[in-house]
Each structure stands twice: as C-alpha cells, then as structure tokens.
Write a protein that binds this ligand. Structure first.
Ligand SMILES: [Zn+2]
Length: 369
C-alpha cells in the first residue's frame, strides 16, 4: 500500500467515525493556510490545491520526538541490556500508540513523511554486539536470529505493513571482538552489506569507542576518520552520515565532531547524537540542533520511552503529523518556537486554539516532558 492509499484509508475511517461533521474545521484550515504562506515563490505549488482532511486530532509538528537508544539485546534485562521480549514489547507499545518509524537522518533534516496523526520516532542501537545482529544456522543455511534486534524488527515489519521499521546501528570496527561489528568475524562484510541493502543505517560510534573529550584535536579526527576507513574495507566508498558520541562525551573542539580529516580521509556527519535521557525537540524547533540530538534510553528505569510517551500524550507535547511533509502545522501558541527560515522550505499552518479539539494549554505544557 503506498502512502496516498494509506492516508486515504486512514482519513476515510476517521471520516466514518466522526460522521464527516467537521466542514467548519476544513474551512478554517484552508483559511489558515492561505494567510500563512510566507513565501509563495518557494512553496510547493501543488500544496495550494490540498483539500484539508477532516482531522480528529490537532497536528503539532513542533512537538517532541523520541530517538530511542538501545545497547545490548539479550539476557538478563539490566541498565544497558534489553531482553528480546522487552524489545518486542517496546515496538508493540510504539505501534499501539500511534508512533511511526523514521530514520535519524529524516529527523536531522526535517524530512518527515509521516501519516496524519502519527508521531515519528527513530531507533538507534549502539556498540554492535551480536544480540543486535546475529546469524544462526538452520537446515544447513544461514538465517538472521529471530531473537536478535534485527530479527525482531524484521519480523515486526513483516507483520505490520504500516510500520516500516528502520534503525541506525552505531558500530565499532576496531574494539574487542565481543563488540566488533556484531561479533561474528566471518560475517562482518555480509552483515554490513545486508544492513545497507535493506534500508538500515550504519552510523559512526568511532574507531573503538574512544571518549572524544580525552583526545587531542588531531586524535579526534584520527578516530573518526579511521572509522570511515575501516568500514570502507567492507563497503567501498562508504560515508558515515551520523555519529553517536561514545558515552555522550563531546570533543574539546565540537566542530571536529561533524567534519574533519586524517591522512586524506575526510568525514562529514550531518547529525550527532548524545546519550540519553530526554526526548528531542522537533526538528522544526528553534531549539533543534542536528549536531546535538537527545536520545531516550530504552529500559525498565523511570525515564524510559513509555514514561515520556505517557507524559507527552497527557500534556499534548508530542509531535503529531499533519500528513503532509511540505506543510508544518502546529498550534498557533507555539509560533515563537518555529525555527526561523523554515517558511522558505515549507508551508506553515498555524492552528487556532478555539478550533474543535485544539489544546488551550499547549504553550504552558510544552516545557514539560
Ligand atoms: Zn557505546
């Protein structure tokens, strides 16, 4: 099912459920759109003919976005380890609560093609242990272990066609063997190729998990460039586009986290991820910095994805898509939170609070998780 078909099906069911009694809302949305086209020269001309769907939710594309952070997948559950059962449970919780998977780069670039009413989120897995991607032999052949993170995600995706899971794996090419490129040396190349071919991202966690804060400027560039060099031995021409900082430690010169060079090997990261422990602001927020993206650590502790999700639903602070990647819609109370300049790339639609279903207290609660 393509996106348009999916959107149509969703809107059709919403329409049935609400007896299509929201023409007033439609009218208002169109008016709001007309009056808020800040740069008609650069706005997508197709957008002027959009028929506004009947909405039973308030889009809030200035709301919060979770970038989930996983480490080990296996037994027993602990601070840095999620069991396969709990990993599955997390995916189910996200699915059941209207989340929609996107990539880290989608968030970093603000390219969010998310169905109407859904909340984007991204999955990241650090440290390339075998529990994340393991091959096992079965009937003389090789299969992805159905209980490793990748096997679980692939199975979930097969069973939920409207939930196109992707993830970023922040791998380590030169650390001790238990964390080196998923810890099955004979399959290193095969695994990296499989991930790239199947729409997952291989991100940099640097050469061997060095704390960048302890390195000189030259060493920082060496450890980030050596990552690229090592991965290119398996995937020629590979470019690492995103970096997860080991232990969340910044380099003394933070500019070197995003670009640098060592012995002719250049790197350029368009997103840099921190280590837990809060949701990211919207990529359209004035506070958003793609070179310092917050993550939420999955687990049974108190600041886990479920806790943030419940709080964001309660306070109406989560990102809720309007379904159109070329339009940014949000309650007008949040006007001052829009990153300046975005009106050149997007149409902006502010939603008045007196509109049916709009949240009067959105501004007051946005600072809460
Ligand atoms: Zn790590």
């Amino acid at each position: 099912m393509n996106f348009q078909t999916l959107l149509f099906a969703l809107l059709f069911s919403v329409c049935l459920a609400t007896s299509c009694s929201r023409n007033a809302v439609n009218q208002h949305n169109e008016n709001a759109q007309d009056s808020s086209v800040a740069d008609s020269a650069t706005a997508d001309p197709r957008a002027t003919n959009i028929e506004q769907p009947p909405l039973d939710f308030v889009p809030n594309e200035l709301g919060k976005v979770m970038v989930l952070e996983y480490h080990l997948i296996g037994y027993p559950e602990d601070r840095w380890r999620r069991t396969p059962e709990n990993f599955r449970k997390d995916l189910q919780m996200l699915y059941d609560n209207g989340f929609y998977p996107v990539s880290v780069m989608d968030i970093a670039k603000g390219n969010l093609n998310v169905p109407a009413g859904k909340t984007p989120f991204a999955i990241t897995l650090d440290d390339s242990s075998a529990g994340q991607f393991r091959y096992i032999e079965k009937n003389g052949g090789l299969i992805i272990d159905p209980n490793c993170a990748l096997g679980i995600m692939e199975d979930f995706k097969r069973k939920h066609k409207d939930f196109p899971i992707t993830a970023s794996f922040y791998v380590l090419p030169a650390i001790n063997p238990t964390l080196r490129l998923f810890a099955q040396p004979e399959y290193k190349k095969q695994k990296l190729e499989w991930l790239i071919k199947n729409g997952y991202e291989i991100g940099s966690h640097n050469w061997y998990h060095s704390m960048l804060s302890k390195l000189s400027d030259q060493e920082v560039q060496k450890h980030l460039a050596m990552f690229v060099k090592e991965i290119r031995e398996f995937i020629p021409g590979y470019e690492a586009k995103t970096l997860a900082l080991p232990l969340g430690a910044h380099a003394k010169n933070r500019l070197l986290e995003s670009q640098g060079e060592f012995e002719g090997i250049k790197y350029r990261h368009e997103a840099v991820l921190l280590v837990g422990s809060v949701s990211s602001v919207s990529p359209y927020s004035v506070k958003f910095n793609p070179l310092a993206i917050q993550r939420v650590q999955a687990g049974e502790h108190t600041e886990n994805p479920e806790t943030f999700m419940k709080s964001q639903i309660k306070h109406n602070t989560r990102f809720v898509s309007d379904g159109d990647p070329k339009v940014i819609s949000a309650p007008e109370e949040l006007k001052d939170q829009l990153k300046p300049g975005l009106e050149k790339r997007y149409r902006i639609r502010w939603i008045k609070q007196q509109e049916p279903g709009a949240q009067a207290n959105a501004k007051e609660t946005i600072s809460n998780e």
